[in-house]
Design a protein around this ligand. Structure first.
Ligand code: ZN
Length: 453
């Protein structure tokens, strides 16, 4: 753990990180498709060393090496083939359109993947959209959108500051960036003085992972893990005021709605206030002790941040104060601290339980498949080092079919494949999809045991 000495919390700057969980040799990419089984098994691997920051609750993989990640067009993580997921996206789209009157407006999506969410927002609200993602592949079904929705196969950066929008959204991308400020500060700079620009972010909920033990969400691509308190802090640090923060998708996600914070003093080029010195200032400053009362902590944070940044930007300390009902950061961080203390033991118990179940399946010669070749499914198979006991993994995304899972090498098959294969056991990777998968299995005329991990 010597390497930890070099690490400070990239949200609050604390040098006192506590390593609490290690996993070696995991696939770098869960969502890269492999055409050959051997190539899938020989995929690049990396180590995970999770460290907890007791000051702000931020969790990060301190063994993460960003140089190992090259997002290419082989990256496939669309979940839009599930009716349950589409329902969630439809609800979210409607909610954002209604709340922010997104009709005939401009929308940017950072990390838009294959563009499904952006297209929904644009079609439902007659909006214009620009999606940024190096893994975007031009799609025939997007052709009719013409100039209305454009895609740029690149990472979003300040170079694109000329593209302004009424809503900038970014779903399941922030957790792939080692230092969240590397995404949020360029974004804040790009927004400039358009203070009515609404920002919407969605990330996995670390409370679900570390408290409710959704352990299959720990993967190399996710180098950071957020709880509400660390999200509030990092958005504030980077010049945003959170207006709404909520759990979604049965508690699996956290959704943030935020607005850029106004500068108090206007000084010519207002962007100078957001210069690189901001990054170093936040890293160097002193930290708050854990255990102060919530109110005191928040007030002190505000004063401290203002003082240590030595700037006259967002000096209105009220911008750092969340409503009284949300002043539960210390309690939340302490609760998470308790969760991570014995997380390794709870994690190992969960792995041992599944090892017993898979052994039982193998001994009784039952044919079993895993359903869901997303990150959870790939992580499940790799953590349990499943080879012969399970040969196939089912997914509804046709772009994944007949490819192979990184690490363990199972082949990804469509649901219809099961009619010939006739499994006795279907292991569902995300309980939220269990109901729809049960129905699909019944529609395929199969009578087999279906259960969730
Ligand atoms: Zn921290």
């Amino acid at each position: 753990m010597a390497a930890l000495l070099e690490h400070t919390c990239s949200v609050c700057g604390s040098p006192h990180l506590e390593p609490f969980f290690t996993m070696s040799d995991v696939p770098i990419f869960c969502n890269i498709l492999h055409s050959e089984q051997q190539e899938a098994r020989n995929c690049p691997k990396g180590d995970i060393v999770l460290a907890f920051c007791p000051s702000c609750g931020f969790i990060s993989n301190v063994a993460f090496d960003p140089a190992k990640l090259h997002y290419s067009q082989d990256y496939e993580n669309s979940l839009h083939y599930s009716p349950r997921f589409r329902e969630y996206i439809n609800d979210l789209t409607q909610k954002l359109i209604e709340r922010y009157d997104l009709r005939n407006k401009n929308i940017i999506e950072i990390g838009c993947g294959k563009g499904d969410f952006l297209v929904s927002l644009c079609e439902l609200g007659n909006n214009r959209g620009i999606g940024f993602d190096p893994s975007y592949i031009p799609r025939a079904e997007h052709r009719h959108l013409g100039e209305k929705v454009k895609f740029i196969q690149d990472f979003y950066s300040e170079d694109y500051r000329d593209y302004q929008a009424d809503l900038i959204c970014c779903r399941h991308t922030l957790e792939h960036v080692a230092n969240p400020a590397d995404l949020l500060i360029p974004l804040r700079k790009a927004i400039g003085d358009r203070l009515n620009t609404v920002v919407f972010f969605e990330v996995p909920n670390a409370i679900d992972t570390f408290h409710r033990l959704a352990v299959w969400d720990i993967l190399y691509e996710h180098c950071t893990y957020f709880v509400p308190s660390s999200l509030k802090q990092v958005f504030s640090e980077c010049g945003f005021k959170i207006t709404n923060l909520s759990e979604a998708f049965a508690g699996q996600f956290l959704c943030v709605e935020a607005l850029p914070v106004a500068e108090k003093v206007t000084l010519g080029d207002r962007n100078f206030l957001l210069e690189e010195s901001l990054l170093s200032a936040t890293k160097e400053r002193q930290l708050l002790p854990v255990g102060a009362t919530s109110q005191a902590t928040v007030l002190e944070t505000s004063t401290l941040v203002t003082a240590t940044r030595n700037r006259q930007v967002w000096t209105d300390s009220a911008t750092y104060l969340l409503p009284e009902t949300e002043l539960n950061n210390v309690e939340e961080v302490e609760s998470l601290h308790r969760d991570i203390q014995d997380f390794t033991n709870k994690f190992q118990s969960k792995i041992a339980l599944w090892e017993r179940k898979l052994t039982q399946i193998a001994q009784t010669k039952q044919r079993a498949v895993v359903w869901g070749a997303g990150a959870k499914g790939v992580t499940f198979l790799n953590l349990l080092k499943v080879r012969g006991a399970i040969e196939y993994i089912v997914d509804m995304n046709f772009r994944k079919h007949w490819k192979y899972v990184a690490g363990t090498g199972q082949q990804i098959v469509p649901p219809e494949f099961l009619q010939a294969y006739r499994p006795e056991v279907v292991i569902v990777m995300n309980p939220i999809y269990e109901e729809e998968i049960r129905q699909l299995v019944a529609d395929l005329g199969l009578t087999c045991e279906v259960f969730s991990v």
